[in-house]
Design a protein around this ligand. Structure first.
Ligand SMILES: *[C@@H]1O[C@H](CO)[C@@H](O)[C@H](O)[C@H]1NC(C)=O
Ligand SMILES: *[C@@H]1O[C@H](CO)[C@@H](O)[C@H](O)[C@H]1NC(C)=O
Ligand SMILES: *[C@@H]1O[C@H](CO)[C@@H](O)[C@H](O)[C@H]1NC(C)=O
Length: 248
């Protein structure tokens, strides 16, 4: 007789479905509860890209501490930080510990990071280990695409992305030191992917949101719009976001 309620409870408790997308009222209440949100992207000055930032060989919490102390003094209260699946795949626990160290240092200075999962970028298929030198004068000259282009174009490899997103969001799901999750950076950017590749992206974005939301995060999910509202991709981003974010 009580088998069904118990089963239902089990399903809701373990978050198979996760929480629903926030309503407009929830989004407004969250926004109104924040201070004036001010910050920038943050890539530590020693790092040419996300791999150099987070790989065990180069991760440098002392320098991050010095830089974020300056941020705090300037009155910044958020940073937007690009993560990368490759660094997670090599050593999930080590990667999460390093992200936690960054979150911990940020908290010391009143900064709540926005943690970012995926982005199209310059190096389509990055490799771990030593990274190329920067191209002087060129912004983001060696940033790494994540997931790699090969992974994006091969959905049979996406379960690994699912593990990554669920594990990282799950680890910080109740952590008020984290401001937001940016699931996919500027996927509507016109520079990186052709029409065929965009179809894979448009399939992957809602899945990535679903994986993150299944962990019931207290933080809102977003995906930053870059190019405007034309085409299907920005609508996918908006339709899946708890709060909408955009870049100019
Ligand atoms: C977050 O907190 C809720 C309520 O206290 C709890 O049920 C849930 O298991 C926690 N989630 C994680 C990932 O720790
Ligand atoms: C678009 O990208 C796909 C996958 O990378 C590639 O096979 C195809 O040749 C590209 N098409 C054009 C027109 O560049
Ligand atoms: C987004 O949501 C709107 C309103 O529910 C719907 O009409 C539209 O088809 C959705 N678009 C996509 C790409 O999901």
């Amino acid at each position: 007789m009580f088998l069904i309620p118990v089963l239902l409870l089990a399903i809701f408790n373990c978050g198979v479905f996760g929480r629903a997308r926030w309503t407009e009222d929830q989004a407004k209440a969250w926004f109104n509860s924040q201070p004036y949100i001010m910050g920038t992207e943050y890539m530590a000055s020693y790092a040419v890209n996300q791999l150099e930032m987070f790989q065990a060989e180069t991760f440098n919490p002392d320098l991050i501490d010095k830089e974020l102390a300056l941020y705090g003094q300037l009155g910044m209260n958020t940073i937007r930080v690009f993560m990368i699946d490759l660094a997670y795949n090599i050593d999930p626990t080590g990667f999460k510990n390093r992200v936690n160290t960054l979150v911990e240092i940020s908290a010391k200075y009143g900064i709540k990071p926005t943690l970012l999962f995926f982005t199209p970028s310059v190096i389509k298929n990055p490799t771990p280990g030593k990274q190329p030198k920067p191209d002087p004068g060129l912004v983001s000259s060696r940033w790494a695409e994540t997931p790699s282009r090969d992974t994006l174009l091969n959905p049979s490899t996406w379960p690994q992305l699912e593990t990554y997103v669920k594990d990282v969001v799950g680890t910080f799901a109740n952590d008020s030191r984290v401001l937001m999750w940016d699931i996919w950076n500027e996927p509507d950017s016109p520079w990186f992917l052709n029409a065929t590749e965009m179809q894979f992206l448009n399939q992957a974005i809602p899945l990535a949101f679903e994986w993150a939301r299944s962990m019931n995060p207290i933080q809102p999910l977003t995906s930053s719009i870059f190019h405007g509202l034309d085409g299907v991709t920005p609508m996918i981003q908006i339709n899946n976001s708890d709060v909408v974010s955009f870049h100019k």
